[in-house]
Structure formats: structure tokens, C-alpha cells
Design a protein around this ligand. Sequence first.
Ligand code: NAP
Ligand code: MG
Length: 402
Amino acid sequence: MEKIKMIRPIVEMDGDEMTRIIWRLVKDKLLLPYVELDTKYYDLGLKHRNETDDQVTIDAANATKEYTVAVKCATITPNAARMDEYNLKKMYKSPNGTIRAILDGTVFRAPIIVNGIEPNVKTWKKPITIARHAYGDLYKAVEMKIDGPGKCELVYTTPDGKESRELICEFEGPGVVQGQHNFNKSIESFAKSCFTYAIDTKQDLWFGAKDTISKKYDRVFKEIFENLYENEFKDAFNKAGIEFSYKLIDDAVARVMRSSGGFIWACKNYDGDVMSDMIAAAFGAMPMMTSVLVSPNGYYEYEAAHGTVQRHYYKHLKGEETSSNPIATIFAWTGALRKNAELTDNTLLKKFADTLEMACIKTIESGLMTGDLVSITTIEGAKKLNTEEFIDAIANKLSSLL
Ligand code: NAP
Ligand code: MG
């Protein structure tokens, strides 16, 4: 078979530890035999980030603006222990945070559905994609402990010194107080990414907040979503045969639990933090979650939702066998290749991405899987393979499907 050509390159961001090893195996065994991979390679492994004072992360994000689509391996976010382990010049910020700040995107996370890895919620048949607003609210809140009686107010001062005030509370005794904020611009970017991704993936979009109680704060979120929808996205939604709906957050939660899935659930920052873990856990396992950063300007960065699987890597370094699940990493590649194919009208490449995903699913459904899945599968006699054996099994399936 002649190798599939790419019309435009994608940005490739390599990473750390076990996922870096998986990255190499996936490329060698699943991609390079079939695709003339055209990537702009950036090594975001911690060693190279340190050598470049993290410039490589910024360069990779900027390259994504140029080439539109990126695929990223999981990377270490340094902490005190990593400072010593890698002899770092400084405690660099999370690469994902740096990239998100440059691309101004929203992260969409969705489970990969396979027969034999059953969700805990019986009605869920299709994936539920969570979109979490990544700025503000609780995460940028300012808090105060109140020691005793006194008056607490919100004060806003304009640049020319005009003040407006809102009484929070007359404290009669000790208590706590918190000030949250967000920017219309950030909420608009979030909403735009959500609408764009819904159209892209032809899925309904839900947005949940609590405007009945939060008549100004959450009301602004609701209005920004509704206005953008009416003014910019309604026609495209109609054309795609999908719907947007605003729901009260508690109603949204109840409906999610009764739904069959197959939609995007846009959440405010805190709701998204809580609900994405709930969705991931209820669908099965972190190694079966995909993640894509979608910018309001139409840039896409695909990755796995899990980290670098450090515990397995240390076993690997000791020469012990590992059984690490490559599925989310493979789906990051297929997601990026499919998006690249769509943008360049590359039918063969799109078909390859679809087939590789199919090969992954069929391999698991045939009872061959990694240890994390063996422990939760309903397939009888499922066989635990090591990291490389499992990728080989997918490669066999892929070659028979092609
Ligand atoms: P992690 O890498 O997600 O792993 C946590 C545990 O989840 C693993 O020990 C393993 O459980 C299980 N697991 C995760 N992915 C798996 C896979 N593909 N196959 C099998 N099991 C898997 O999280 P972490 O250990 O807390 O973090 C390690 C490093 O990753 C940290 O340095 C962190 O900064 C980084 N991180 C990066 C990203 C990112 O780049 N997007 C995200 C999160 C964390 P068992 O040990 O029980 O087998
Ligand atoms: Mg969380």
C-alpha cells in the first residue's frame, strides 16, 4: 500500500515519561507504516523545556496558530520533587496552561466508548463531552476571614474615581466572605469555542448555570451564550440539525443522568472541574478519555486527558513489565489527523484516522487490553497485554482492516 500523503503539516508536541514511550511506539507501529507523517516537531519533554527556558512551549503554541492543528503528548508539570529530579533552572508553569493562554481555548473532554467497558449509568450509550470554562470565578476568587462584627461591601471604582457599592453583609460575628469575577471577553471566547465545537462534531450543546439565584453574575453568562447563539451561530446550528439550550445547572445534572449521551455540556469553571471527574469516573477510566483544546479562532490541540503515568514509567526504568493504556494517546493522533484531513479535504487520511480508531475499539472488544481495562471489563476471559503487546495487537487489527 502506498503511504498516505499529508497536504499540510500538523504540530507535534512530544512529552514525558511513559507517555513519551507510548508516543514513539504509536508513531513507529501505527502511523509511520501507513502515513507520510508531516509534522513540525517540538520536544516538550521536561529536559528540553529546561534547556530552552520553556521557550519551546511558547514556540509550539505559536506554531499551532500557523498550522491550525496540533497533537500533544502528556507532559510533567514541575513541582518541588521534579526540581530535584530534573535539576531544573526554575519551576516552569504547566505547558497546558501556557499553551491555553496563547491559544485562548476551551478544553473539551469526551470518553471513548467501547463494548465491554460499560458506563455506570445504564442509559448512557453515547459519549458526553464536557467543556469547562478555564478562567475565573472560584479559581481567581479573593477571600477574607471575618473575625467579628462589621460591614462588608463590594466596591467598584472607575478610573475617574466614581464609586458604586453593594452591601454583602452586616456581620454580627465571625464568618467568611469571597469576591469572584469574570470578564465578558473570556465568557465570549468560551461560548464561541463551544458553539464552534458543537457544529464541528454535530452534537447538541447544553449550557448550565444558576441565573435564578445569581441574577447578575450567572445572568451575564446566560445572556452572552444566548446573544452569541442568536446573532452568530443559529443558522449554522439549524443547518447541522443540532440544538443549543440553556438549562439551570441542577436541571442539567438531572437530565444528564437520564440521558443517552451524545451532546456537549458546557460548564462554568467550578461545575466543569467537578462534573468532568464525575463523567470520567462514571464512563470507566481516565485512559479512555480524549481531550481537545479548541480556540475561538479555530485552532485545535489534541491530547490524552491523563498524565505521564509516572508510576508505570519508574517500573519501566527498572526493567519491569508495564501495561499502560495507549488508547487516549492514539485518539489524540487520530483526532488531529482527522481534523487536518477535514481542513485539507484529504479523504484517505480521514479514512485512515477512522480505521485506526476502529482497530483500537475492535481490539479491546476482542478481549485484548491493558491491565486498567481488564480490571473493569465485562468481557469474559479478557487478556491482559503489556504496553507493547497491546499496541502490536492494534497494529495487527489495523493491517487487517486496511
Ligand atoms: P497520571 O499520569 O494520569 O496517572 C495517575 C494514575 O492513573 C496512574 O498511576 C495509573 O494508575 C492511572 N493511569 C493514568 N493513565 C493511564 C494509562 N494510560 N494507562 C494505565 N493507567 C493509567 O497522573 P499523575 O501520576 O498524577 O501525574 C503524573 C505526571 O503527569 C505529573 O508530573 C503531572 O504533572 C502530569 N500530568 C500531565 C497532564 C497533561 O499533560 N495533560 C495531565 C495530568 C498530569 P495505576 O498507578 O493504579 O496503574
Ligand atoms: Mg478536578
